[in-house]
Design a binder for this molecule. Structure first.
Ligand SMILES: Nc1ncnc2c1ncn2[C@@H]1O[C@H](COP(=O)(O)OP(=O)(O)OP(=O)(O)O)[C@@H](O)[C@H]1O
Ligand SMILES: [Mg+2]
Length: 362
């Protein structure tokens, strides 16, 4: 009864189960295992693993798992490998091996095969889409760089002349002169144009050329005194909380990354209008990369503005240029990362930066 029960359970599960004896001979294989391996019971039973599979070079990784258990006596191995069946069907398998024990002696090896081809395919397609998105982003950033340089080059001289002459004229006429009402707006507008040209030049100059392993806790702690200083100047009460593991490092250009953080933090400070506010910065390292989050308790970002927040000249403020997040996006793209902005559930805004692990950044 017990044997029938175990047999039924093992045949009914999705995983393929193959049992090998000490000589590497197949002594048992359930139906899912035969389906995955593309071999019938009579082709498997009593045959050595080496005779069945070792001649198939494309299955080297697959065979290595078994060799590691039989020869290397490595316990409980778990690996993801590719397998091509004799009918040339491709599988991506999750292979787990363990020893079959009878009392205290090892009676054989259990190989568990899980078909993860669909999941693997999805993951691969997602990676391809992400790579393409990244490529388009870089392309967009590069064309923007060219446009920025041309605009800055063409506008710089006329704007500097207008601003220079108007300032000169304002110096030469006295305070009561009625011409001031015309000249002052010209001075203000040319000042704004000069700022725009400056932003374009800064944008074109952004290049992550000095990337190095950087301890994020040391770098990001540097924003605390800046926040305190700006808040004091603006007469705002802002508390800053930073939560970063001591040893989290990222391969970044520290000066550029700081420039991006400064812009994001400035937006947070500007969004905290009345009463005290908080700015929280957290960094987490996951197997997919490094996540830097900047959260504030300011007025929050309107859903309609999220799409255009990273566009040049998009601003909801009266005296800003709307170039901050445009530059930030370029800096993060230069590091092969991504950035998003969203309204937080209760109050304020969250900016999330994803950076790749290792020295993938350029
Ligand atoms: N933390 C935030 N809270 C609320 N809104 C934000 C926040 N960060 C950005 N925004 C919105 O996104 C817009 C674009 O931001 P961006 O930094 O590019 O420009 P700006 O701050 O308006 O101008 P500049 O940065 O050139 O001084 C802002 O005008 C604002 O509407
Ligand atoms: Mg800004």
């Amino acid at each position: 009864m017990k044997k029938i029960l175990v047999d039924n359970i093992i045949q009914g599960i999705h995983s393929g189960i193959v049992v090998l004896n000490h000589q590497g001979m197949v002594v048992y294989a359930n139906n899912p295992a035969m389906k995955i391996l593309g071999l019938e019971e009579q082709q498997l039973a009593g045959r050595r693993w080496s005779d069945l599979f070792l001649h198939m070079e494309e299955n080297d990784d697959f065979n290595q798992v078994i060799i590691d258990v039989i020869v290397g006596e490595k316990l409980n191995l778990h690996r993801e490998v590719s397998y091509v069946s004799p009918a040339r069907q491709f599988f991506r398998l999750s292979v787990t091996t363990s020893f079959l024990r009878e009392k205290k002696t090892v009676a054989g090896i259990i190989v568990q095969l899980d078909d993860i081809t669909e999941l693997w395919d999805l993951r691969r397609r997602e990676q391809l889409v992400n790579a393409e998105r990244q490529r388009l982003s870089l392309e967009m950033v590069n064309s923007m760089k060219k446009i920025s340089l041309s605009v800055a080059h063409v506008i710089l001289n006329p704007v500097a002349s207008i601003g220079g002459f108007v300032r000169l004229m304002l110096k030469r006429i006295d305070e009561e002169n009625p011409l001031r009402q015309y000249l002052e707006p010209i001075e203000e507008c040319s000042g704004r144009l000069e700022n725009i040209v400056k932003s374009f030049k800064e944008y074109a100059d952004i290049n992550a050329v000095n990337c190095k392993d950087t301890r994020l806790s040391t770098l990001i702690e540097g924003v605390r005194p800046k926040i305190e200083e700006i808040a004091r100047t603006l007469g705002k009460e802002i508390r800053c909380h930073i939560d970063i593991g001591d040893h989290v490092t990222a391969y970044i250009d520290p000066a550029l990354f700081m420039m991006a953080l400064d812009e994001i933090i400035m937006n947070s400070i500007e969004s905290i209008e009345d009463g005290p506010g908080d700015i929280d910065i957290t960094v987490n390292k996951t197997m997919f990369g490094i996540i830097v989050e900047i959260r504030d308790t300011g007025r929050g970002i309107d859903n309609r503005h999220i799409q255009c927040a990273f566009d040049p000249f998009f601003t909801t403020k009266t005296s800003n240029n709307g170039m901050g997040l445009f530059k930030v996006k370029k800096i993060i793209t230069e590091h092969l990362g991504t950035i998003t902005i969203e309204h937080r559930e209760v109050v304020g805004t969250r900016v999330t930066i994803h950076l790749p692990l290792g020295d993938l950044a350029i």
